[in-house]
Design a protein around this ligand. Structure first.
Ligand SMILES: Nc1ncnc2c1ncn2[C@@H]1O[C@H](COP(=O)(O)OP(=O)(O)OP(=O)(O)O)[C@@H](O)[C@H]1O
Ligand SMILES: O=C(O)c1ccc[n+]([C@@H]2O[C@H](COP(=O)([O-])O)[C@@H](O)[C@H]2O)c1
Length: 190
């Protein structure tokens, strides 16, 4: 079975992630998309990072009714920061019958050569890149295992959700209703 992997901090998960994951799970050769919650992303200095377990719970709530999308917590039991190559090795060991594909925004591609064991990543796994507005997708696009796949994108981010909560503004429709309800129990004032 071919499975797409969408890595992120998901601080919190939002509708942009969901539209993207659903697109790849239903309109490409992938059977499922797993959202891999990273306890700590190697390059990201995240302020206001919700606890790992809370971010995972929000992803689980968001995906509860969708059999093609799955919340993956494998990085919780791996060393930190969360290196994608190590996660991939662990996933392959745990699920030898699956064929994993890395999903990545065009904005992430230029930084990929600086990822841990980037060369191995580029040769060992198919990478589906979805173009994002304003981002270049230069040289790496020529790598044999990199494929560009158009996807519908919503111009929102977790930063925008966090800022909206902080300013007491609506996040309705920007996150699933169950996620909003849970976020409001975490930040009752918002
Ligand atoms: N609106 C969106 N449309 C498509 N891809 C997105 C969108 N928002 C985030 N992504 C991608 O989803 C993956 C996981 O995202 P991440 O958890 O870093 O969320 P984020 O919304 O970018 O967070 P933050 O605003 O905190 O940086 C990343 O590869 C990111 O590029
Ligand atoms: O493996 C690496 O060296 C590496 C370096 C940077 C980012 N990543 C992965 O990319 C995911 C998205 O990164 P970010 O910084 O956009 O949140 C993050 O969850 C990590 O799993 C991985």
């Amino acid at each position: 079975m071919r499975i797409g992997l969408l890595f992120g901090s998901f601080n919190p998960i939002h509708t942009g992630h969901l539209i993207l994951a659903e697109h790849f799970a239903t309109r490409t050769d992938l059977r499922e998309v797993w959202l891999v919650v990273s306890p700590r992303s190697p390059f990201k200095i995240s302020h206001n990072l919700l606890p790992d377990t809370e971010r995972l719970r929000l992803v689980q709530l968001a995906l509860a009714d969708n059999p093609r999308l799955r919340a993956e917590d494998i990085e919780f039991s791996l060393p930190r920061p969360s290196y994608t190559i190590a996660t991939l090795d662990a996933l392959r060991q745990r699920h030898p019958a699956h064929d994993f594909v890395l999903l990545m925004g065009g904005d992430n591609l230029p930084g990929l050569p600086r990822w841990q064991e980037a060369q191995r990543l580029l040769t060992e796994i198919d990478i589906y890149v979805y173009p994002r507005p304003g981002s270049e997708t230069p040289d790496l696009i020529t790598f044999p295992r990199v494929r560009v796949i158009e996807a519908p994108l919503l111009d929102i981010s977790a930063t925008y959700i966090r800022e909206s909560l902080r300013l007491n503004r609506s996040i309705r429709y920007l996150v699933p209703a169950a996620v909003e309800a849970e976020l409001r129990t975490l930040r009752p004032s918002a």
